[in-house]
Design a protein around this ligand. Structure first.
Ligand code: BJW
Length: 330
């Protein structure tokens, strides 16, 4: 259980009481205790692949079967996941304070105003105070340059039969193939075993397809979801990959919120490595508007902002967001 220094907790809660305009930035770490893997560090591996290397248009172009299996697994996990206490605590704060907005880099749900299906929304986070920066696993669009087909809220699991999670007994023999990142995988499982992260395991008869010892089927184009409109392009998840633009309307709304008043009082940076732009840049923008910053992270090296380390008046709460966030927002 993380230890929160009483003096830090007291100064934070006193300051929070007087805050009007609050901005939160969420990353994968907030959902770690809901059983969803992170991107970097412990847990940032899908089989032997670095998750970030699969999140690019180039990776999809080169091997759509591999990338679809990664996303099909992520859709499956997201559908099974439950919001944790951090999602609920942020939702509560949002309901009390209409000047509080949350920017989420997570893609675990649809995020449309008329649905309530990402983890934050399932915790009853008001949708108009939640902005999804990197899209959703459940939005689907055509990859053809000439086709504008997209559909929202596709919760079919699997999206096509060939992407079903295999149900037979996994081969227990460790692969001698690529061992990159084994150490990271080990430390993730160590954290799981220590109860630092709780993991919603797949059903007992499902193969854990995040386990690199289980072989990855080679899928052809014919096995993958095809656009029903143009019958030519492959479908892809509507997430924002590296090199792609974030949704312009979302960027404009956030920009407008930041500049709508002379001051931002507080920025909460929760469970993100703050390495990905433009999301990482919001901390400096909020600081420039006078915000004090509170970072909640397992790893003290993941402090955001261009200046190394925390500014005077910032807080760092180390530990599981699922424990710390409800504690400090109480
Ligand atoms: C816990 C915990 C627990 C664990 N409790 N904590 C400026 C400078 C340099 C580069 C760029 C720049 N501007 C743009 C770029 C390029 C690029 C970029 O940022 N590159 C950097 C990596 C160098 N950015 C882009 O390409 C962006 N696009 C863009 O800028 O487009 C411009 C453009 C304009 C107009 C036309 C065309 C283009 C797009 C970025 C998209 C990122 N996409 C991904 C994949 C989404 C789909 C998917 O989910 O598969 O988003 S990458 C991945 O990283 C994902 C995440 O949302 C994102 C952030 O990761 P996050 O959430 O921080 O996770 P982790 O794993 O990194 O960290 C987890 C943290 O939690 C760690 O700190 C742990 O310690 C902690 N933790 N357990 C608390 N229990």
């Amino acid at each position: 259980r993380p230890v929160i220094a009483p003096a830090d907790l007291q100064s934070f809660t006193e300051y929070l009481r007087g805050c009007k305009r609050i901005l939160a930035l969420l990353g994968a770490g907030i959902s770690a205790s809901s059983g969803l893997p992170t991107f970097r560090g412990a847990g940032g591996l899908w089989r032997s692949y670095d998750a970030t290397s699969l999140a690019t248009p180039e990776a999809f172009e080169a091997n759509p079967g591999l990338v679809w299996q990664f996303y099909s697994y992520r859709r499956h996990m997201a559908l099974k996941a439950e919001p944790n206490k951090a999602h609920y605590a942020l939702a509560e704060l949002s309901k009390k304070n209409k000047d509080f907005i949350t920017l989420s880099q997570n893609v675990d749900g649809a995020g449309l105003h008329f649905t309530s299906l990402c983890l934050s929304q399932r915790a009853h986070h008001p949708s108009d105070q939640l902005h999804l920066l990197h899209g959703s696993l459940f939005n689907i669009k055509c990859t053809s340059f000439y086709c504008n087909y997209s559909r929202n809220n596709d919760f079919t699991d699997p999206i096509v039969p060939s992407l079903a999670i295999p149900q037979s007994t996994p081969d227990p023999t460790p692969s001698t193939a690529d061992r990159i990142g084994e150490e990271a995988a080990r430390s993730f499982h160590h954290a799981l075993n220590q109860g630092k992260i709780t993991h919603h395991a797949a059903s007992a008869n499902e193969i854990d397809i995040s386990d690199e010892r289980n072989s990855i089927p080679e899928l052809t184009r014919d096995d993958l979801p095809l656009c029903p409109k143009c019958n030519n392009g492959l479908l892809r998840p509507g997430v924002v990959w590296f090199g792609e633009s974030l949704p312009m309307d979302t960027l404009k709304t956030v920009d407008h919120w930041i500049h709508a008043a002379p001051k931002v009082d507080l920025m909460l940076v929760i469970g993100t490595s703050s390495r990905v732009w433009p999301a990482a840049g919001y901390v400096d923008e909020a600081r420039a508007k006078g915000a004090r910053v509170a970072v909640i992270n397992m790893d003290p090296n993941d402090i955001p902002g261009r200046t190394v380390g925390l500014d005077q008046g910032d807080w760092f709460f180390q530990g599981d967001a699922g424990v710390i966030v409800p504690e400090i927002l109480k």
